[in-house]
Design a protein around this ligand. Structure first.
Ligand SMILES: Cc1ncc(COP(=O)(O)O)c(C=O)c1O
Length: 424
């Protein structure tokens, strides 16, 4: 009897719907939601079937603390080979001297980078959250803001772009240990060469967080930070179109400090399945079709921005050079939160977002952020961006008058999602 129970408990072959129909149902519902909505969250993307297969291939249970050839446990010969391939591909794709592919996420990558480059209490200069920076760039509610003395630069009030003279002046005054460049809601190109010059001028180190733009950088649609930065962090799941995770590039001289900061500094054993999937995504990113995909992502963002502007919406900085855009809703009398809800009601998924010099707090900001990586994976192009802009404009105009959107708008969204099904 006991034997039967033990055997049943250790039967690891039962399918998900037999073991846990509740979770299986929710997973299926989420996948259905994704296929039936137009996803415009700028940080989201899809994984290819190949990336998913590598990630789901049962590798995650393997322990492999340490690095290829120097692990703390046995049985790592294939894991070593996988991690080596991922590291080489990452270095090769971005032309970097050294790569670490173990960070579980962009947050862990930044945490490790700060630990490698700074001591607690050091002064760090980074972009203000309301102007496009990320919470890991010194927000008071984040470890970064608690451990280090962050001071934030902002955008120019008129152009809503970075003014590098202002960044330089602030850096000269503060003499920071580290300057951080990178953003999660800045629609324009960042001048990493200028950041490098400022850092050199004041004797600071330069960390570039290219989490959002890694896919664009990989194909030359955004200038690369690699020649100018001491350390570059990234996420692999946004424009880079890989599995959820992070990575770090650095100069050879910093390799040991970065490795030790990742493990044992801020992480335990690496997620080997994620590393295998990163390797696959990096191979895909080196294919010519990936460059074509990224070009369409940027063209789609530009088309969406232009179509929204034609329909009376103000875009922060007047437009975009990248995969994302920010819409200022103040003249429409709508908050970002109201807009997010109204759009969700018809099946368009966006996120509320602070805009530069936003008079409102992060949970009630004045804008929305839109991005095109996901819809571009579905095969949508400029024509569909105009159609989406049309839907967004009608929904928001109705919301501004206190009305809910007409049923025909949800029907248009349904039609678009059916014409452009999820490709995986
Ligand atoms: C610029 C930037 N850095 C870091 C992160 C953190 O990435 P993760 O969510 O993987 O921790 C993000 C996520 O949106 C980001 O946009």
């Amino acid at each position: 009897m006991l034997q039967d129970a033990v055997l049943q408990a250790s039967d690891l072959t039962r399918p998900l719907d037999a073991v846990d129909p509740e979770v299986e149902g929710l997973v299926a519902a989420e996948l259905r939601r994704q296929s039936q909505r137009i996803g415009l969250i700028a940080s989201e993307n899809l994984m290819s079937r190949a990336v998913l297969a590598a990630r789901a291939g049962g590798l995650a249970g393997k322990y492999a603390e340490g690095l290829p050839g120097a692990r703390y446990c046995g049985g790592c010969e294939y894991v070593d080979a996988l991690e080596e391939i991922a590291r080489q591909r990452l270095r090769g794709l971005f032309g970097a001297e050294y790569a670490n592919v173990q960070p579980y996420s962009g947050t862990q990558a930044n945490m490790a980078a700060y630990q490698a480059l700074c001591a607690p209490g050091d002064t760090v200069l980074a972009m203000d959250l309301a102007h496009g920076g990320h919470v890991t760039h010194g927000s008071a509610v984040n470890f970064s803001g608690r451990l280090y003395r962050f001071v934030h630069y902002t955008l120019d009030r008129d152009s809503e772009r970075l003014d590098m003279d202002e960044v330089a002046a602030l850096a000269r005054r503060l003499r920071p240990r580290l300057i951080v460049a990178g953003a999660c809601a800045y629609p324009r190109l960042l001048d990493f060469a200028a950041f490098g010059a400022v850092a050199r001028d004041v004797g600071a180190l330069l960390l570039v967080d290219m989490a959002h733009i890694a896919g664009l950088v990989a194909v030359g649609l955004h200038p690369s930070p690699v020649p100018h930065a001491d350390v570059v962090t990234l996420t692999t799941h946004k424009t880079l179109r890989g599995p959820r995770g992070g990575a770090i590039l650095c100069r050879a001289g910093l390799a040991r400090s970065i490795d030790r900061a990742v493990y044992p500094g801020v992480q335990g054993g690496p997620d080997v399945g994620a590393i295998a999937a990163k390797a696959v995504a990096l191979r895909e990113a080196a294919e010519p079709s990936f460059a074509a995909y990224q070009r369409q992502v940027v063209a789609n963002a530009a088309a969406l921005a232009e179509a929204l502007a034609q329909r009376g919406f103000r875009l922060v900085s007047g437009g975009t050079d990248t995969h994302l855009l920010l819409v200022d809703l103040r003249v429409h009398g709508l908050s970002g939160r109201q807009a997010e809800r109204a759009l969700e009601d018809v099946g368009v998924v966006v996120n509320k977002n602070l805009i530069p010099f936003d008079p409102h707090p992060p949970m009630r900001p004045s804008g929305i952020r839109l991005g095109t990586p996901l819809v571009t994976c579905r095969g949508m192009a400029e024509l569909e961006m105009v159609e989406i802009a049309d839907v967004i404009a009608e929904v928001l105009r109705a919301a501004a008058r206190g009305r809910s959107a007409a049923a025909h708008l949800a029907e248009r969204v349904r039609d678009l999602t059916q014409r452009f099904p999820l490709p995986v």
